[in-house]
Design a protein around this ligand. Structure first.
Ligand SMILES: [Mg+2]
Length: 286
C-alpha cells in the first residue's frame, strides 16, 4: 500500500517574499527556510516547521512536486528530505524520473496536444497583439508548450484576464493569473494526467494533492483527498469539491498547514499499511 502525494509548489508549499503574507508582529514571525536562489538572491521560502513536514513526506509517501515551472525553473528548488524520485514540470508536459525528463512521456503529451486545441502560435500572436507595454514586463514561451506574460500587477486592467479567458476558452486553452504571471495553457496539458502516470508507475493506491490556482483544479479533482490554501485563484473563486479541504490560513502559514495535513494523512496511511503487513505475516505463521 503506497500513498502518492502530488503537491503544487509556488504559493502552495513555497512562497516568494511578496507572497509570504506575514501579517503578525515581526517578533512573532516564523523562522523561514530558503529553498530557492535565483540570480544569486534568495527567492522562495517555507517555514521551518513546514520544512520538517515536507522532509517527513519524503519518507512516508511517494512525494511528487507537481508544478507549472519548467524543468530548469524546478531544478532551482531544493526541498528538504530525500530527492524526489518523480517530479512533474511544465504543467504535466515533463515527467522527471530521478531528475531527468522521460522522453516517451513528453512525446506522448506533445502528440495529444497537436490535434486537440488551438496551436501555441495562435495564442502567442493574440497575447502579443493585446498585451499593453504599459504593464507588460516580459512575454515567455515555456518548453514550446504554453505561454505566459510577466506583468506589473498594479497597472494591469481588471478586465484583461477576463477577456483573455473568454477568448481562450473556445480555443481549448486555460488562463490563470498567479502573482505577476498570466499563464495561457492548453486544456489537455494537465498535472492530473501526469499524476495518473506516476500513480501507475509507483503502484500507489491512494492519491493526496494540494494546489492554489486554476491550473491545479484538475489535480485536486483527481485526488482521494486534497487541500487548497485560503488564498489564490481557487479560494477567490470559492472553488470546492466534496473531498477538498480549504485551509483557513493564507500565505506561508497556509503552506505549513497543507504540509501538516499531507504529512498526517500520509503517516496514517503508512501506519495502516504496516499493520496490515504485520497481520499478513502473523497469519502466515499460524
Ligand atoms: Mg501555485
Amino acid at each position: 500500500m503506497t500513498v502518492l502525494v502530488a503537491s503544487d509548489l509556488d504559493r502552495t508549499l513555497i512562497y516568494s517574499a511578496a507572497a509570504l503574507g506575514l501579517d503578525m508582529p515581526d517578533a512573532e514571525a516564523p523562522r523561514l527556510l530558503c529553498v530557492e536562489v535565483y540570480q544569486g538572491k534568495p527567492l522562495s521560502y517555507l517555514t521551518e516547521a513546514a520544512a520538517g513536514l515536507v522532509a517527513e513526506l519524503g519518507r512516508t509517501a511517494v512525494f511528487v512536486p507537481t508544478t507549472t515551472r519548467t524543468p530548469e525553473q524546478y531544478r532551482r528548488v531544493h526541498l528538504p528530505g530525500p530527492p524526489p524520485r518523480f517530479a512533474i514540470c511544465a504543467n504535466g508536459g515533463h515527467l522527471l524520473v530521478d531528475g531527468e525528463s522521460d522522453p516517451e512521456w513528453h512525446a506522448a503529451v506533445r502528440g495529444a496536444l497537436a490535434d486537440s486545441c488551438a496551436p501555441l502560435e495562435e495564442v502567442r500572436a493574440h497575447l502579443t497583439a493585446t498585451a499593453d507595454p504599459a504593464w507588460l514586463l516580459k512575454e515567455r514561451v515555456a518548453e514550446d508548450l504554453f505561454a505566459y506574460l510577466v506583468v506589473e500587477r498594479k497597472l494591469l486592467p481588471d478586465e484583461y484576464v477576463k477577456e483573455l479567458t473568454v477568448w481562450a476558452e473556445p480555443r481549448g486553452w486555460t488562463v490563470s493569473l498567479q502573482g505577476r504571471k498570466i499563464y495561457a495553457v492548453p486544456k489537455p496539458l494537465t498535472k492530473s494526467a501526469a499524476v495518473a502516470e506516476v500513480k501507475r508507475r509507483a503502484g500507489a493506491d491512494e492519491v493526496l494533492t494540494a494546489g492554489d490556482s486554476f491550473l491545479d483544479a484538475d489535480l485536486l479533482e483527481a485526488a482521494d483527498h486534497a487541500w487548497r490554501p485560503g488564498h489564490g485563484e481557487l479560494a477567490t473563486a470559492g472553488w470546492t469539491a466534496p473531498h477538498v479541504t480549504a485551509v483557513e490560513e493564507q500565505g506561508v502559514a497556509a503552506g505549513e498547514a497543507i504540509a501538516r495535513a499531507l504529512s498526517e494523512h500520509a503517516s496514517l496511511h503508512w501506519a495502516k499499511a504496516r499493520r496490515e503487513v504485520i497481520r499478513a505475516v502473523s497469519r502466515g505463521r499460524d
